[in-house]
Design a binder for this molecule. Structure first.
Ligand code: ADP
Length: 670
């Protein structure tokens, strides 16, 4: 049987002077409990009728109704069954109604005793369904009802009558009992009086109010927490989107994380699980109220925590790091003063003023990318909230993504550069085969063809032809050799054998290789002016001789026999030595000072070249010097005013033995 009439509506029809009000579910719960408490605290044997929307709401209160039933035999409980709620007459009368019944929208409680009467007759107001993801207690508490709650005996009697009549329709078997009650109501409504004791009501309502406030405060805290977390994640995600520079991302992350979690220090460093050490790079510094002595009773003074940036920490010797690696999850030491795991790390904890220590791994597919650390540097250990740890973990996931993304980008950049280098090599190869090699090859071909087809050629001419072919073959060999050298240097395939060397030795070797060259005219005068106490240079000797030889060779090629060439060196800063090879030759135009280092650049073009050379010498020199972190450049006052080529190379920081003066330099001329 489904009854669609609402009790509230019937009541309002019967007593049109009543003005219904709006009640939240939490208020109705408080009022209902207060009314029930009044029954339990009083001496009356009242009539109690309670109607629950669903069996589950009744179940929460079932034990109270058992206690109420011990005081009075006039208890009626109505509910829409869900499991085992059925029509029964045991401790009290149970009335089951259809879930589609109008009662399932309503909430009623009627208490009618000799000394007091109160009732609550309400109907739920339909609200739009909340989104599926919000199935929160707070949403349930904000359900709204309209109706009345009153101590007015007339209204209570009217409500009781309506409900008893309804009960008779569901449970005709209770007719005798309910009829008696209905008859009693008629006289009660006119004669009864109310001696309401507000005590239990007020007490109960205050308790509810308090509990409501606590819930509200908790809800605010959790919302604020969520907001904080979301803001933090958003700002880090924004940084990740904005930049592919891992340093920038980590700096933002360290700053935000440290600030939001109120840490004394936050560190992020990149490392692999097998790394021996890690250098601390990214840091946030907060406040520190740590006395340093480990005595919590000392009065700590609040100041900024000091920086650890630049320090190198051992990873393998740190048991906390080991635990993080093994568990692949965060490790927290709430109090480093008592935690055994930090016993061997006293140096670190004291140096870093770390009282509470959180270490979180940044992982990607179980591979360690780095570590995030939070240090709390107060005299009292920090209790880490679960929500704080969850926030750190959420951020660390973002950091992991950012690092992978940045790494992928860097790899791509690297690959791109390699491709560009390959492309350059390919274009060079095309240029060299297309022009630089074709020219001497044609000469060789012409000479050899003439030799083959002209049997009557004079012996002299034959010799000229042969010499010409040999010269061009030699030029081709040098060109290919230089080209291959440059390609190897550009692709970074050269392994430097760096060792401490006296510059003088390399200059001597270059000078002697110069003597073996054939020049068309006598060489200009070469003077070496090296200071007597030059520090050793940290270079690959073979390649340094190559650089000096090429520069000397150029100087000789472009300087007349009566000119001068000087080799000088000076120690211009604590790291580098500057070497200069200057000549008084044909000079270089100002706008060509950089171009001379381009591949295949030759002022007069290879075809008109009388001095020989491949146009690759200076490009090779630049690659070699750059490979050691040095610089090479040309200076000249212009045409026919000489040129100076300067380059810098690293020096060795001398140990006490090496500090001894290097043997005196001789003044050298050719
Ligand atoms: P090359 O084998 O042709 O000498 P380099 O790369 O060594 O190739 O030099 C490139 C060009 O730079 C030379 O062809 C020349 O035009 C110019 N150059 C190099 N050294 C000097 C110098 N000492 N004086 C004037 N010009 C120079």
């Amino acid at each position: 049987m489904i009854i669609s009439e609402s009790i509230l509506e019937e009541l309002l029809k019967a007593l049109p002077q009543i003005r219904p009000q709006l009640y939240f579910k939490s208020s109705l719960t408080a009022l209902s409990h207060a009314m029930e408490d009044q029954v339990l605290a009083g001496v009356d044997r009242p009539l109690v009728i309670a109607s629950f929307q669903r069996e589950r709401f009744y179940r929460q209160e079932a034990h109270r109704y058992l206690r109420i039933a011990e005081r009075t035999d006039q208890v009626y409980v109505l509910a829409a069954p869900e499991t085992d709620f059925s029509e029964r007459s045991q401790d009290y009368e149970m009335i089951a109604f259809e879930p589609a019944d109008a009662l399932s929208q309503e909430w009623h409680l009627v208490v009618l005793g000799e000394h007091y009467a109160s009732c609550l007759i309400c109907r739920e107001r339909r609200q739009p369904d909340p989104p599926a993801n919000i199935q929160d207690l707070h949403v349930d508490q904000s359900r709204r009802f309209e109706g009345i709650w009153t101590f007015d005996r007339q209204i209570v009697c009217e409500s009781a009558e309506l409900l008893l009549t309804r009960i008779q329709r569901y449970r005709p078997d209770l007719a005798a009992k309910t009829e008696l009650m209905l008859a009693k109501l008629k006289t009660d409504a006119n004669e009864g009086f109310n001696q309401v004791d507000p005590g239990p009501f007020a007490e109960r309502l205050v308790t509810y109010l308090q509990a409501g406030q606590y819930k509200l405060a908790k809800a605010y805290r959790s919302i604020a927490e969520k907001e904080r977390k979301e803001r933090l994640i958003n700002s880090i995600t924004a940084a990740v989107r904005r930049s592919l520079n891992p340093h920038e991302i980590l700096q933002v992350a360290v700053q935000e994380l440290g600030t939001v979690l109120g840490a004394g220090r936050c560190l992020i460093y990149r490392c692999k699980s097998t790394d021996e050490t890690a250098t601390l790079e990214h840091e946030f510094l907060g406040s520190c109220g740590y006395s340093g002595s480990g005595n919590a009773r000392n009065q700590p003074s609040v100041s900024e925590t000091h920086s650890l940036v630049g320090q190198t920490w051992s990873l393998q010797a740190n048991p906390i790091f080991q635990e993080v690696i093994q568990k692949q999850e965060p490790v927290y030491l709430e109090d480093t003063h008592v935690d055994e795991r930090s016993r061997d790390q006293r140096g670190l904890t004291q140096n870093g003023q770390i009282r509470s220590w959180l270490m979180v791994p940044v992982l990607n597919q179980n591979q360690l990318l780095g570590i995030v650390e939070l240090h709390y540097c107060n005299a009292i250990p920090h209790k880490l909230e679960r929500s704080e740890l969850e926030m750190v973990e959420a951020i660390v996931t973002q950091i992991g993504v950012a690092l992978i993304q940045a790494e992928a980008y860097a790899n791509l950049e690297d690959l791109n550069q390699q491709l560009e280098a390959l492309d350059r090599t390919r274009s060079n190869l095309i240029a060299i085969t297309g022009h630089e090699l074709r020219t001497p090859l044609s000469t060789i071909q012409v000479c050899l063809e003439s030799l083959a087809t002209e049997p009557d050629m004079s012996a002299n001419l034959r010799q000229v032809m042969l010499n010409s072919a040999l010269t061009d073959a030699d030029r081709m060999r040098k060109l290919i050799q230089d080209f291959l050298t440059l390609s190897r240097l550009e692709s970074g395939r050269i392994e430097w054998r760096l060792e401490p060397l006296p510059l003088e030795e390399c200059v001597d070797l270059a000078l002697s290789s110069l003597q073996s060259h054939k020049y068309n005219a006598p060489l200009p005068k070469i003077t070496t002016r090296l200071p007597t106490e030059l520090p050793l240079v940290q270079v690959d000797g073979e390649w340094l001789v190559e650089v000096i030889s090429k520069l000397l060779n150029n100087a000789c090629k472009f300087t007349d026999s009566d000119g001068q060439i000087t080799i000088e060196a000076h120690h211009n800063d604590s790291r580098m030595l500057e070497v200069t090879i200057a000549d008084t030759g044909r000079g270089i135009e100002f706008n060509r000072l950089e171009t001379v280092f381009d591949r295949f650049y030759q002022e007069e073009g290879a075809l008109r070249r009388t001095t020989g050379g491949t146009g690759l010498g200076l490009a090779i020199c630049r690659q070699i010097i750059a490979g050691w972190g040095g610089r090479i450049w040309a200076e000249s006052d212009g045409k026919d005013r000489g040129s100076q080529f300067h380059f810098t190379i690293p020096i060795v920081q001398p140990s006490p033995q090496e500090k001894k003066p290097v043997s005196s330099r001789r003044r050298k001329t050719n």
